[in-house]
Design a protein around this ligand. Structure first.
Ligand code: SAM
Length: 281
């Protein structure tokens, strides 16, 4: 029984980290004309009006995207500037932050004629919301299990493949399931760019994911983390956001470091960003 609903967390610091990374990756992929299949294994609703009662309950966007939005005119980093301009284009009134877009939106708005997008969502209510979104014809929504769906789609017909795996990790076993899915993916499509989001929680379950990936035989695994606190000590909830990128585009590390140098100070005095290779070439 799935209970997680992303609307309670839309626009939080983890979304900023995840979607900025996703944006930087797609930016790079779009430099070449050859077609791309995008697969979003855990899509969510696609677009989150911030005024809903779910999002208003925790108002996590106030400590995520909102501080960035407030200073958007002063942000000098080029990646952040472009990302903010896209975010502005998602607003019915461009000067008011009233909606936060989820991964289906970030991917769909950059689809070209030659590209395609598959969006998987297993929660019936969340899938219904997703079905209500206007999406380009190259995007297909599937009501079903994302990791199974990914497996069934491989290998894809396009020369390039970009995958986002962003589970809710309601079940601990998902950390291992993600490792297995990534290993299968890379076996079938060696050059795929695969992104995996993970939470940093005091229980440290993400160690299973990182050590599993390290032992999987996959090469070129890079990861970055945006942390709200210096350590997990004394914290109860999520204190950081992690993003694995397998086969990261050239220059991603530098681009994100520069952008995050402007993002992290806006999230609090202890907030910081770090990135490194988990497995090299
Ligand atoms: N990727 C979205 C974004 O960035 O806007 C957020 C996704 S949210 C963290 C995780 C979503 O995965 C939830 O909507 C949940 O219902 C869905 N989900 C959970 N298990 C799933 C599964 N096995 N297959 C597909 N979707 C699943």
């Amino acid at each position: 029984m799935l209970s997680y609903q992303h609307a309670y967390h839309a626009g939080n610091f983890a979304d900023v980290h995840k979607h900025l990374t996703l944006y930087a990756v797609t930016d790079y992929l779009l430099r070449k004309k050859s077609s791309i299949t995008y697969i979003d294994t855990h899509a969510g609703r696609g677009l989150y009006p911030l005024a809903t009662k779910e999002t208003q309950r925790l108002q996590e966007y106030r400590e995520g995207v909102a501080p960035l939005w407030q200073v958007r005119q002063q942000l000098s980093d080029p990646l952040l500037g472009k990302w903010m301009a896209s975010l502005e284009s998602a607003q019915p009134q461009s000067t008011v932050l009233s909606h936060y877009p989820g991964s289906p939106w970030w991917l769909a708005q950059r689809l070209r004629e030659q590209d395609s997008l598959r969006l998987f969502e297993l929660h019936p209510g969340e899938h219904e919301h997703l079905s209500g979104q206007a999406l380009p014809k190259q995007a297909r929504r599937v009501y079903g299990d994302g990791l199974l769906g990914l497996k069934q789609l491989l290998p894809v017909a396009t020369p390039r493949l970009c995958v986002l795996i962003d589970p809710s990790y309601e079940r601990k076993v998902e950390y291992q399931e993600v490792v297995d899915a990534a290993a299968y993916n890379l076996e079938k499509a060696r050059h795929a760019v695969v992104m995996i989001w993970y939470p940093l929680l005091p229980a440290g379950h993400h160690d299973t994911l990182l050590s599993g990936l390290e032992a999987s035989g996959i090469r070129k695994i890079w990861h970055s983390e945006l942390l709200l606190r210096a350590s997990a000590e004394g914290t109860h909830g999520m204190y950081g956001s992690g993003m694995v990128v397998i086969n990261p585009p050239w220059g991603l590390d530098e681009q994100l470091s520069a952008a995050m140098a402007q993002v992290a100070p806006l999230l609090g005095s202890d907030s910081h960003y770090r990135a490194k290779w988990l497995v090299g070439e």
